[in-house]
Design a protein around this ligand. Structure first.
Ligand code: HEC
Ligand SMILES: [Cu+2]
Length: 327
């Protein structure tokens, strides 16, 4: 091969490499990194991305060069020369992908094994229950809510289970996903390194309301978390009145319903402004959503488990809140 040909190919390859590398680097593809486990996930992501960029540059160089050099001239109807294999080339294109794929596999296995290990002697534990189409989190103080709360800088082991079909727990900022599978318990370790509120997303198509199966995780400082555990856990036992507004927020009603006092505007379910002034009807609508379908809406979207998830007093407070009573 002539020197000029090699130079042309190198040039095309370099341009393809730089252009794709710029797209990879200068566009913020990934969400903020909020957990230690994300570090390994990102490492694997970038390893795969750089391998792809490298392969793309090589392929683009060869195709680009062939396009310039071997393009058919007008009126040239001749066939190309017959070619019978090239042992060296075949070995190369088998061996190189083999090495790359094995490398990706090994790195992923190491990362996943490391991520499975809780750090510290005394990890926090939360039971996560998935069902069509809601998440329920049972915290160490016994408080059950639709919002997950965990402390920063300490590992939390999530024990995932499902009541119906397969769901999958995912917080983009934490990186790793884990399926919740009926009949078995799966585990996911999270060690947050940033406080804040992040979305919890179901990433396994699980039915009609799949795209609505979202919640929030609140990462708190260790101090805030400790006092929250104590207040909420102790508060329930001590018998302070639950507030309708906070039950509404914790249970995630605002994810689907518009309700002016809560400043929510979602339109998955009917607006809760101006409900009929009938506590029994409202209560039944919450506990048995499909007993009486609101007109124009489908059954099976609103979770059917609020009756279990919310205590009697919480339900009372919620109904009062929805009907414009105190709080
Ligand atoms: C995943 C979405 C979703 C969530 C979360 C949700 N709902 Fe619903 N809700 C619906 C849909 C859809 C309907 C209409 C179908 C039906 O009546 O079952 C509905 C109906 C209702 C109704 C009856 C309204 C009427 O006009 O008849 C009430 C009351 C209600 N929801 C209250 C709540 C409360 C309170 C919460 C939180 C504890 C909540 N919903 C959570 C989707 C949801
Ligand atoms: Cu789901």
């Amino acid at each position: 091969m002539r020197r000029g040909s090699i130079l042309t190919m190198l040039l095309i390859g370099a341009v393809a490499f730089l252009a794709t590398a710029a797209v990879a680097l200068f566009i913020p593809w990934l969400p903020d990194q909020a957990s230690r486990e994300r570090e390994g996930i990102d490492l694997t992501f970038w390893l795969a991305t750089w391998i792809c960029i490298g392969i793309f540059a090589v392929v683009a160089a060869v195709i680009g060069y062939s396009f310039l050099k071997f393009r058919v001239r007008p009126d040239d109807d001749s066939d190309g020369p017959p070619i019978h294999g090239h042992t060296g080339l075949e070995i190369a294109w088998t061996a190189v992908p083999f090495v790359l794929v094995v490398a990706l596999g090994v790195v992923s296995a190491v990362v996943l094994t490391q991520n499975d290990r809780a750090r510290g002697a005394n990890p926090n534990e939360v039971a996560v229950t998935a069902e069509q189409f809601a998440w329920t989190f049972e915290h160490p103080n016994g408080v059950t809510s639709g919002t997950l709360r965990i402390p920063i800088g300490r590992s939390t082991v999530l024990r995932l289970s499902s009541r119906d079909v397969i769901h999958s727990f995912w917080v983009p900022e934490f990186g790793q996903k884990k399926d919740a599978v009926p009949g078995i318990e799966t585990r996911l370790v999270i060690t947050p390194k940033r406080t804040g509120t992040f979305p919890v997303i179901c990433t396994e198509l699980c039915g009609l309301g799949h795209s609505l199966m979202r919640s929030r995780v609140i990462v708190m400082t260790q101090q805030e978390y400790a006092s929250w555990l104590e207040e909420e856990g102790g508060g329930q036992a001590a018998g302070t009145e639950p507030e309708g507004a906070s039950v509404f927020a914790e249970a995630g009603c605002g994810g689907c319903h518009a309700f002016a006092p809560a400043e929510s505007t979602a339109q998955v379910g009917p607006s809760l402004d101006g409900l009929p002034d009938d506590p029994q009807f409202v209560r039944t609508s919450i506990v048995e959503p499909d007993a009486e379908l609101a007109e124009g809406f489908q059954a099976g979207v609103m979770p059917r488990t609020y009756g279990e998830q919310l205590s009697d007093r919480e339900l009372d407070a919620l109904v009062q809140y929805l009907l414009g009573g105190s709080q």
